[in-house]
Write a new protein. Structure first.
Length: 748
């Protein structure tokens, strides 16, 4: 028999040890990520007392795949629309926290005399709080429905986005040695260009593909298609100079806008869990006890830097974003740890060969300790606020509570603001699509035409095809928003607005003409003046072309339909949050979602029986049940297992109700094996409990917990008994019940 490859043996060892350790950590109510790290340490060569992994190179390949699928899953939970709806507050908080923590990490690294790249990567690792760990801590502590927790989760989503961009930036820094400001700006512009290009093209193409195949797709094929798209985007990302993880995240964020997103999340989760476990185990394998002992002082300093840095800079970041002092401190203290993205950034540094080997185990040790301290830091926020409040004047506290760094539009007319933002967004998107079309044609298509047609004809043919391809985008750049309500209102409002409005048209006309000039210059080998005339004619034809206008409108409507498809589905299925959510007058009142557990004792009870208003002071505004939404339920409405409740109340009321919901559940039956139902034939005896009694009065259900199936009147037939049937001696009946109940019924 052939010998098993080391990869299979190593994988078996990893999964067995990880399963044992994670069950133990589940029992101890600790994050599973820590269990994976401990499992990795146990199977590493640094642990001599048990079997260790043989081929670490193969495991590293699996770990790289794990990173890719982790970020793909993160992208599926991510939404660009969600980010846009958050407003400026989370953005301000995120930018300030990430910048301050990166600087703090760089300063600490420099203080220990570590290398430049070690300090840069250390700053990136310290800036990334752990979404997984914080979410679990909030859930375990019953804080997930509180207002400050929602703000923290918004910032964590943005931090994850920052981490993706940071990985690309760190790769650029590592490849360029010590890039100057121009190179950094170029890297940022490249990231922005490809993000917008992939997102726009992906939103246009992917939903169309899934919609056309919807009748043919089942769960299995949808999983294969999703993972195939993930891997394809990872390959494309590496081809253009980014990481595979970046491409996987982008594809996840594209699929997040499709109707199939929720289904894909559930299908991909087991794959993510498997490869993610291998990744975190591989992280634990790099922990060397000798390194931890040698770097005990830096580890201690880094732990203090995270705890104090996030407590201070985090609270300041949330404060200047508009949160109250108490809420800001709760948010800042909650983020005092590092987690999975720190490991990913450290893995990136090791794979690029730009950071020292000691940095990885040091960061893992810091992460483990700060993770254990997370619940204590969250609890410490309120006493810390009380301590600060006693030592600050009420006037200063009031000033800080009202302070915000929200960017104001000043006295700028609202119409100007809306119009310029829309024009800028449209010009940017359509310009990127036009540039992408030109690059595609002149990189791939026109060289192919040169192999088929003579040189001049190949250039002309390729140029014409390119113009036809991008002409809807160029026309949209020039004409879009020229007839909008804002444009008309500003034109009528004042004659001083008109030169500026005309200037916006001229600027966009120049941008579109530059693209046409470039194509015509390569297509027609004539003097510059003649090219300018040709360009002018082409631009005028584009503006006047009604078919081109119609085509541009159709493309835009199709894109918007794809972008809104998930929102449309949510509205149809009754899953949209109520419009009044953001309009509640009392600052302490907000809406939270609660899921009714499958084993809830509240299930089957009517709202008037539960008396939730008088007991907790809350109101249930909606019950989401499957594809139905019950708005403003009355007292006779019943709570069922699996219902999603939308509840209105303040933090304390919602926390109390959440605890009540979690505590009032039926425990799992420890003797479930004894509850097996059995079918048994019984003969009615004179001294038995049933003889002479009717089925209704026998108590066979109420007293004995059994049920009569029928009366045997032949070898093949059973007769259904009426409630008034009287049992007689010698009757042969068939009874269903548990073993103990049947024995009691038989008198044994």
């Amino acid at each position: 028999m052939a010998e098993l490859p080391y990869l299979v043996k190593d994988l078996a060892l990893i999964l067995i040890v990880a399963s044992i350790v994670t069950v133990l950590f589940k029992k101890l109510k600790q994050p599973l990520v820590l269990g994976y790290l401990v499992a990795g340490f146990l199977v590493s060569p640094h642990m001599p007392y048990i079997i260790s992994v043989v081929d670490r190179a193969d495991i590293q390949v699996w770990a790289d795949i794990g990173v890719m699928f982790l970020l793909f899953s993160l992208g599926l939970d991510f939404s660009f629309k969600k980010i846009l709806k958050m407003g400026l507050s989370p953005v301000i908080a995120t930018c300030s926290i990430v910048f301050c923590m990166m600087m703090l990490g760089y300063v600490v690294g420099n203080a220990f005399g570590w290398g430049y790249m070690d300090c840069v990567f250390l700053g990136g690792m310290l800036a990334m709080s752990s979404t997984t760990i914080i979410y679990k801590a909030f859930d375990d502590m019953g804080l997930r429905q509180q207002r400050f927790a929602n703000m923290v989760m918004s910032v964590l989503i943005l931090e994850d986005m920052f981490a993706i961009v940071m990985m690309v930036m760190l790769s650029a820094i590592a490849g360029g040695g010590n890039p100057d400001g121009g190179q950094m700006l170029e890297s940022v512009m490249r990231i922005g260009f490809f993000l917008i290009l992939w997102f726009v093209v992906g939103i246009f193409v992917i939903p169309l593909l899934l919609r056309s195949l919807r009748k043919l797709i089942n769960s299995e094929t949808l999983l294969i298609i999703s993972l195939g798209l993930c891997c394809a985007m990872a390959v494309i990302s590496t081809q253009v100079g980014f990481s595979s993880a970046f491409g996987a995240f982008v594809m996840g964020s594209i699929l997040a806008e499709t109707i199939e997103a929720d289904k894909i999340i559930k299908l991909v989760e087991p794959v993510k869990n498997l490869f993610g476990a291998v990744f975190f185990v591989s992280v634990g394998m790099l922990v060397d006890p000798a390194v931890l002992v040698e770097y005990a002082l830096p580890i201690g300093v880094l732990i203090l830097a995270i705890l104090l840095g996030q407590s201070l800079f985090g609270s300041m970041g949330f404060l200047i974003s508009g949160q109250s002092v108490k809420s800001a401190m709760q948010c800042g203290f909650s983020m005092a740890q590092i987690g999975e993205f720190s490991f990913i950034i450290a893995s990136l540094g090791l794979s690029l060969g730009v950071i020292s080997d000691f940095l990885y185990p040091v960061v893992v040790a810091v992460s483990v300790i700060t993770t254990f301290l997370t619940p204590y830091m969250i609890r410490a926020a309120t006493p810390s606020y009380s301590f600060v409040e006693k030592r600050m004047s009420p006037k200063l506290i009031g000033l800080l509570n009202d302070f915000t760094l929200g960017l104001q539009a000043g006295n700028m007319n609202a119409n100007w603001k809306v119009l310029l933002v829309q024009m800028l967004r449209n010009t940017l998107i359509y310009s990127i699509l036009s540039v992408a079309g030109i690059v595609l044609m002149y990189t791939f298509i026109i060289p192919m035409l040169h192999g088929v047609l003579p040189g001049g004809w190949a250039d002309v043919t390729g140029g014409v095809i390119t113009l036809l391809l991008i002409s809807p985008f160029l026309r949209a750049i020039i004409m879009k928003k020229n007839h909008s309500e804002e444009f008309k209102a500003l034109w009528k409002e004042s004659r001083y607005n008109r030169p500026l409005l005309i200037l916006t048209i001229i600027v966009r006309l120049v941008i579109a003409s530059a693209a046409v000039f470039y194509i015509c210059g390569r297509m027609l080998h004539i003097s510059g003046l003649l090219v300018a005339v040709v360009v002018a004619v082409i631009v005028v034809l584009m503006i006047l072309s009604r078919p081109l206008k119609k085509r541009s409108i159709i493309l835009e409507r199709m894109f918007l339909l794809n972008l809104r498809s998930r929102d449309i589905e949510a509205q149809v299925m009754g899953q949209r949050r109520p419009l009044y959510e953001g309009r509640l007058l009392d600052r302490d009142i907000h809406i939270a979602d609660f899921d009714v557990p499958e084993n809830s004792k509240l299930a089957g009870m009517q709202l008037k029986e539960l008396r939730l208003g008088s007991t907790f002071g809350i109101h249930i505004s909606s019950i989401l049940r499957g594809c139905r939404r019950i708005n403003i339920p009355n007292g006779c409405s019943m709570i069922l297992p699996g219902d999603e409740l939308q509840v209105i109340g303040n933090d304390e009321q919602l926390s109390a109700f959440g605890a009540h919901l979690r505590e009032n559940v039926y425990e799992e039956d420890p003797d479930i094996e004894k509850r097996e139902m059995k079918l048994r034939q019984m003969v009615i005896k004179t001294d038995g409990p049933l003889c002479g009694k009717t089925l209704m009065n026998s108590g066979i259900r109420e007293t004995y917990g059994c049920m009569v199936v029928g009366l045997e009147e032949g070898e093949q037939t059973l007769t259904q008994l009426s409630p008034s049937y009287e049992f007689k001696k010698g009757d042969v009946i068939w009874v269903v019940g548990e073993e103990n109940a049947l024995l009691r019924l038989e008198g044994r």
